[in-house]
Design a protein around this ligand. Sequence first.
Ligand code: FAD
Length: 274
Amino acid sequence: MKAARFDYVRPGDVADALAVLGQAEGAKLLAGGQSLGPMLNLRLVRPALLVDVSRLEALQHLEDTGSTWRIGAGVTHARLEDARGRLPGGEMLCEVASAIAYRSVRNRGTIGGSLAHADPAADWPLALAALGASVNLRGSTRRSMLVARFIEGAFTTALAANEIIETIDVPKLSRAGRYGFYKFCRKTGEFAEASAAAVFDPQAGAARVFLGSLRGVPQPLAALAQQVAQHGESAVSTQAISEALAQSVGDLDAVEHAMAAAAVTRALGQVFAP
Ligand SMILES: Cc1cc2nc3c(=O)[nH]c(=O)nc-3n(C[C@H](O)[C@H](O)[C@H](O)COP(=O)(O)OP(=O)(O)OC[C@H]3O[C@@H](n4cnc5c(N)ncnc54)[C@H](O)[C@@H]3O)c2cc1C
């Protein structure tokens, strides 16, 4: 099947892109096309106009602001993968990027496109929620919100029709900070069946644990994270993980529960690996 007919425009900067979005009904942003392309071909979406933002300079920055890594929405998974060793405090970004699909997908797919698409099984919404990252949106005004709030449901976000994701701010972990990310895939390169991400920064006294893929949005295991923040590794046990899952996602069936418990156990295992 081929995409339905659409018009195409490549604006020169973000202001132009926003002007087009504001004027044209049925317009849709195009970044790497790795999710939108298949959806167009399957005619799951039929935008009248594609606004190609893949070459916008302002979306390509990867900037050290001191306390955060500020990542342009148009930065590809491959660029983050290749930044290994050059993102102190942001090492988890490189790990997560390198495990997304295949290199050909990573060469084009972008972090902003992944967040906007909000596939429940995608890696960035989960990893960025666990890292406490914020998304910076630009429309007629600018606003920021935590990624964990931005993702509202399966394929649903807080993004308005006339807004664009400009950048994502990822707080740096301290030198003592640890992270874990684990996903079950039937085949390498496939979307996850279940996934989990955990971050523990003893210097900041902070921890976050999220379960991914099994529900529409990354599910915070807040009570478990609080225990980890206070007591470190001694807070982690099979029972504590089971209780945290029952508290946060009580409606998991037996198979989902087994996958969820294993994913969380393995993510936390990475956090506390010697
Ligand atoms: C074979 C295959 C396997 C994959 N496996 C995985 C995987 O294992 N894990 C994973 O996480 N992902 C996976 N993906 C998805 C991949 O990561 C996509 O790159 C990503 O989901 C979308 O990014 P994109 O830049 O291609 O966005 P596009 O496809 O261009 O756009 C996706 C959506 O985002 C919107 N959008 C794009 N940029 C912006 C912006 N700056 N502001 C606002 N809205 C914007 C578009 O309008 C569209 O609605 C896979 C894709 C393929 C084809």
